[in-house]
Write a protein that binds this ligand. Structure first.
Ligand SMILES: CC(C)(COP(=O)(O)OP(=O)(O)OC[C@H]1O[C@@H](n2cnc3c(N)ncnc32)[C@H](O)[C@@H]1OP(=O)(O)O)[C@@H](O)C(=O)NCCC(=O)NCCS
Length: 152
């Protein structure tokens, strides 16, 4: 059986409105990112990719910052109607490929079982808990890391 290829492309300024819309769907109560925040991420040169559905509408996105010897997953999301079909893993693997051998860090809500399962399956481990990290919900976050040199 041949593997299905999920085509990703670099995010651009024209995608920001779609990213904001998805953030508001995916992260209600946790200060979804604004257009200004995404514009800042792109202006900083961080690695952002999107996936488009058959109609060309963005249904998945992810962003990574390279910070010296480390990398940080800043965001990753898949439209609810597109979840469970491998897109989240494809997005994360794209970020990890971009990170290369660097240690990769991220934060995730402690009650976000699907995301935690995804991260653990890609080599991340829990480092600790950041209490009330998300606002205004007050939800706790795990800090997770994929160790340096773990790249395939
Ligand atoms: C987390 C998220 C990006 C995963 O995207 P996705 O396209 O649904 O994920 P995939 O189909 O690629 O699945 C990858 C893995 O995630 C885990 N996963 C996905 N959905 C899951 C669920 N409902 N329950 C448990 N694990 C799940 C599994 O480990 C799965 O691997 P498997 O299919 O081999 O079992 C997506 O659920 C999402 O956008 N959630 C809301 C936003 C969010 O929480 N982002 C992360 C913030 S830190």
């Amino acid at each position: 059986m041949s593997a299905v290829t999920i085509a990703l492309e670099p995010a651009a300024g024209r995608d920001i409105a779609a990213l904001v819309e998805l953030e508001e769907i995916l992260f209600p109560g946790d200060s979804p990112w604004t257009a200004a925040m995404f514009a800042g991420e792109l202006a900083a040169g961080y690695h952002y990719v999107v996936h488009r559905d058959v109609d060309g509408v963005v249904d998945g996105y992810a962003g990574l910052a390279l910070l010296g010897d480390e990398a940080e997953v800043h965001t990753i999301g898949v439209r609810p109607s597109a979840q469970g079909a491998g897109l989240g893993r494809a997005l994360l693997r794209d970020l990890l490929a971009h990170a290369g051998p660097r240690r990769v860090l991220l934060e995730v809500r402690t009650d976000n079982a699907p995301a935690i399962a995804l991260y653990e399956s890609e080599g991340f481990v829990i480092l600790g808990v950041r209490r009330r990290y998300y606002q205004p919900s007050g939800a706790d976050a795990y800090t997770m890391a994929r160790p340096a040199g773990a790249a395939a």
